[in-house]
Design a protein around this ligand. Structure first.
Ligand code: DC
Length: 218
């Protein structure tokens, strides 16, 4: 069994940025489970399926194989043998991932892959249900959050920094909607595990959050 660190929290809390830095400092493998849900979402979208079409999504799970490889220490996601990593961050893919991830069959499809990765090596894994469902016996559990305003501001700065025009209120509303959907679903909702340490990064720098988490690790 590897040493396992679970980081859960809402969209935009900085989980991946922080997890990557902790991974580097501690020599852990960073596992981004959101990217796996996004990989399956691409499969559904490529088949022309819409988010509400649950039966079609369940059927489409049967011919989807998501696998992970590490190239230059970066996680690469493959869908049926094709590297689709460059498509993962599209807005439509994120929305499909958020909606389809509420379906138990979609979650079951990825659970074994996630648990297998954590068995074989020391990992820091981020997602929504890592501390509660995927790795209930993780050595360290962190629930990383930040206010909606802070998360919307980070996303706004990220997009405008890339020259993409966007509207702050629209981003904030999108974040609220996604929080609501991720937390209120029946299967594996986003919630803090009882034994997770709460870290609110609203008023913290990236370095401070990394330091706080590194201190919790062996
Ligand atoms: O972290 P992210 O934005 O890449 O995740 C995309 C969607 O996948 C998110 O809206 C919720 C879902 N997800 C999940 O249900 N469980 C996880 N462990 C990770 C992501």
């Amino acid at each position: 069994m590897g040493y396992n660190v679970a980081i859960d929290g809402p969209a935009g809390a900085g989980k991946s940025t922080i997890a990557k830095l902790v991974a580097k400092e501690k020599g852990f493998v960073y596992v981004d489970t959101g990217a796996m849900y996004r990989g399956l979402a691409i499969h559904f979208l490529e088949k022309g399926i819409e988010a509400g079409e649950t039966d079609k999504i369940i059927e489409a799970c049967k011919d989807a194989e998501v696998t992970i490889k590490y190239e230059d220490e970066q996680q690469q996601v493959y869908l049926n043998g094709k590297n689709i990593t460059h498509k993962l961050r599209d807005e439509a893919v994120g929305n499909m991932a958020s909606k389809s991830s509420g379906i138990p069959q979609v979650r079951a499809k990825l659970l074994e892959l996630q648990q297998g990765l954590a068995r074989e090596q020391d990992v820091i894994m981020d997602g929504r249900d890592i501390g509660t469902c995927v790795l209930p016996n993780a050595d360290v559990k962190v629930f990383l959050t930040a206010s909606v305003e802070t998360r919307a501001k980070r996303r706004y700065d990220e997009l405008t920094g890339k020259g993409i025009a966007c509207d702050f209120d629209e981003i904030a509303n999108d974040i609220k909607e996604r929080d609501e959907r991720d937390s209120s679903r029946e299967t594996a909702p986003l919630k803090q595990a009882e034994d997770a340490v709460l870290v609110d990064s609203s008023e913290m720098s990236i370095a401070e959050v990394v330091e706080a988490i590194v201190k919790l690790c062996k």
